[in-house]
Design a protein around this ligand. Sequence first.
Ligand code: SF4
Length: 293
Amino acid sequence: MLQQTQVKTVIPYFKVFLDNFPTLKLLSLSNETRVLKLWEGLGYYRRARNLLATSKILVNEHNSKLSRNLIDIKKLPGVGDYTANALLAFIHDQPTIAIDGNVKRVFARLLNKNEKKINFNKLIEINKKNFFKTKRNSDFVEALMEFGALVCKPKNPECFKCSIKNNCKYFISNKKFKQTKRLNIKVKNYNIFCYIDKMKNKIALTKKQNLGFLDRFYLPPIKESYDNKKIKNWNFHSNFKNFISNKKLNINLYYKFTLKIPPQHQWFSLKKNSEFIPTFTKKIFKQILKKNI
Ligand code: SF4
């Protein structure tokens, strides 16, 4: 849940999730519809699918136990280097560090160097003896992350109350290194086509679309496009922008009133649905309801 999402956003979802699935076994016995409904609004829904798939693999194939081997853990759905190392440290108390943005910044400041010029894996390997003097590896790893988030913050680090300032090259140096972080944002243009039943306030959605980032989720028909606003047989509704990960979506919304919808489409209410609807689709609903058509 914490991947790309702030702790304060996650907490209410985490509590509800644990109330519903207090054990790995109960999660593994659940299904995608239920898990996605509990995840609704949190975004990055692939995480929910991966978590459910992982729970089934662990319960059914590994007797509900997590391997102690990095390579084995990385075979689980959606688990990369960062998550695998975090799991090894948090669950098995192993001497390893999960390198997230906060940890990278702390090391970069301690060395007063550009993050891109640091080989973090090598750095950890070389300093293993210093880092892991403690037997509380899981606490050490968490402390490092928290230290980056709360003390060695991206802007205005709290150097004067920092307990390691005397060993920090950034603090000591007169020539402090400035981290320039340019996000590699890709702009993508899409046309979205809304079949609308005006009387019932309904919209047609389909899971049959070729959109990588919302694969197998309910959306109105969508096409990547560089067209201008005129499309035969469709009314232009509005243009809006939306960010998903490192993508900026530039969206032209079109509509037509109809009672007939193409195969593999279903009607959904524009206001309230018992079924899981991804956040992106809800934003489309909102956009449609904003303007009287
Ligand atoms: S002295 Fe400042 S820059 Fe250095 S580690 Fe502490 S908070 Fe970060």
